[in-house]
Design a protein around this ligand. Structure first.
Ligand SMILES: Cc1cc2nc3c(=O)[nH]c(=O)nc-3n(C[C@H](O)[C@H](O)[C@H](O)COP(=O)(O)OP(=O)(O)OC[C@H]3O[C@@H](n4cnc5c(N)ncnc54)[C@H](O)[C@@H]3O)c2cc1C
Length: 488
């Protein structure tokens, strides 16, 4: 892939950095010793395990640490940089690469797919009316998957198949993938345009430069770091939907437990709850869901973690440990029932506690509950969402007020407008997936993965088109993006 051309403003940024205007002291540690002044001007050799030491001052009361500025190596450049490789991010990267841009995708986990894979989700909702990348993925998940995947047109998929398919597609499209890497900071220029990001990984702190950025981190980390305004949850205390730990199970004959499998009947969840209660179990998720994936493998969602903020790492850690304990306790309890359950066992619990809600970044359009009630039609629609308003219980007491006001009033299929994918406060930044611009109720519907993929595809095309036509995403209209030539 050819090195992307630098835009004039990018040259200005690089010149500023090279001139040392934003640089300060740093210490390079080589072979366990502090580098000499001459050696310190070089970037650490990461293959030799060299690191940049942080210089800091701890306040006298030990409540604050002041970190000295340090020089961060620019590790790479791309025309489009996608942060987060979940359902939205993989689609954004794929679409941008297929539209002819050089693309880098930065992902925190050790695999692509986000909640689909690291979260062990196993079910894709609101995908049947989607074309493009979503339809392509469903076809591949079905073709490469089990008989269950084929019978469900790929909507019930095997997370391991998904990991492999996503890696193959993105590698084939020429996307440069970086796993195990967290986006930790963003640099904007004087015109408030995003020009670079910072990451942390085993390679240390690194900077990445790009022409256009897409935030697909689910929680809107990049946009927040770039200075965008956002909303979280509902009410004064920003209450969010509960998190859930998903798991894979084995040791059960599907024919013997058919009535409890979600795909068999809508009463399956209720029957599973009754079975658990009869066994003396009290699952924190009151609509436990068992899915048959293939041969002897199942997935289960039976846990809710209430009142945990996605941004309180200590609370997320405690919730993860509590949730994993609950999954194992429930499986042990089912095993004690004997009969078809006597050999049930946990194969894997998700590495990532499933986060339903993070930041909703302010965009140039905000999707509202009224838009859902009225069935919004928008001339710049990137896709049509049809999934129900689905606010999981915000506490153990449930959601009577929300259910009465919104759920029972219903929803008409509505458009997701392109401007809801464009950050309002920072230029050169697109959004896709659950962090786009909408209110609490609208988010509870559009967040599901059939929509996340369609949004990602739109944002990726828009980012590539912006680069190729030398304009900013908000200067494009969706008609131009749709008709922009794709290299594929
Ligand atoms: C428990 C649960 C059950 C659900 N059930 C369903 C269902 O049955 N069907 C359905 O379609 N949808 C379901 N959803 C909703 C759906 O999974 C999400 O809304 C969807 O994953 C949104 O896609 P995304 O790409 O925006 O976010 P995510 O899937 O969350 O992906 C975000 C990605 O960004 C990465 N990331 C985050 N922060 C950083 C960072 N700072 N630096 C680098 N990378 C970062 C993450 O590791 C992740 O890979 C469920 C969600 C949960 C939590």
């Amino acid at each position: 892939m050819t090195e992307p051309k630098l835009t004039p403003h990018r040259r200005t940024f690089l010149t500023t950095a090279a001139a040392g205007a934003v640089l300060g002291p740093s210490t390079l540690v080589i072979d366990g010793r502090r580098a000499t002044a001459a050696e310190s001007t070089h970037s650490p050799n990461i293959l030799r395990g060299e690191v940049l030491r942080t210089i800091g001052t701890l306040s006298v009361d030990e409540q604050r640490l002041t970190e000295a500025p340090r020089e961060i190596p620019v590790a790479g450049r791309s025309q489009v940089l996608v942060c987060g490789g979940g359902p939205a991010g993989i689609a954004a990267a794929l679409a941008a690469a297929r539209s002819g841009a050089s693309v880098r995708l930065i992902e925190l986990a050790g695999c692509l797919g986000g909640v689909w894979t690291a979260g062990l989700l196993t079910k894709i909702l609101d995908s049947s009316n989607k074309s493009g990348i979503m339809a392509e993925l469903l076809r591949l998940f079905a073709e490469r998957g089990s008989s269950v995947a084929r019978e469900t047109n790929g909507t019930v998929y095997d997370p391991e198949v998904a990991k492999l398919v996503l890696e193959e597609l993105l590698v084939d499209a020429g996307v440069k993938i970086l796993l195990h890497t967290r986006v930790v900071g963003a640099i904007t220029d004087q015109q408030n345009r995003l020009v670079a990001i910072l990451t942390e990984s085993k390679s240390g702190r690194q900077a990445w430069v790009a022409d256009q950025f897409v935030d697909c981190t689910g929680d809107g980390d990049l946009a927040a770091q770039a200075g965008c305004q956002f909303d979280v949850g509902v009410g004064q205390d920003c209450t969010c939907q509960p998190m859930s730990m998903l798991a894979l199970l084995t040791g059960v004959d599907p024919d013997a437990v058919r009535e409890f499998i979600r795909e068999t009947d809508s009463s399956a969840k209720r029957q599973l709850l009754t079975l658990m209660e009869d066994a003396g179990l009290n699952p924190s998720y009151r609509a436990p869901t068992l899915r048959h994936l293939h041969s002897g493998i199942y997935s289960i969602m039976t846990n809710h973690e209430y009142g945990v903020s996605a941004f309180d790492n200590e609370a997320v850690t405690e919730a993860t440990i509590r949730a994993r304990r609950e999954v194992h306790d429930i499986v042990s309890g089912l095993r004690k029932l004997g009969g078809p359950w006597q050999d049930i066992a946990v194969v894997a619990t998700a590495e990532q506690l499933g986060v339903r809600e993070g930041r909703r970044i302010r965009g140039r359009y905000q999707i509202t509950a009224d838009d859902l009630a009225n069935g919004l039609r928008h001339k710049e629609a990137v896709c049509r969402a049809t999934f129900a308003i689905d606010v999981h219980a915000l506490s153990t007491a449930g959601n009577q007020e929300i259910d009465q006001t919104f759920k029972t009033s219903g929803l008409k299929p509505y458009d997701i407008p392109y401007p809801a994918l464009i950050a309002a406060d920072v230029d050169g930044l697109l959004l896709a997936g659950r962090c786009i611009s909408g209110d609490f109720i609208a988010h509870s519907s559009y967040r599901v993965t059939g929509n996340a993929v369609a949004m990602g595809e739109a944002a990726g095309r828009a980012a590539a088109t912006s680069v190729l036509q030398s304009v900013l995403p908000h200067e494009l209209d969706w008609e131009r993006i749709k008709t922009a030539p794709a290299s594929r």
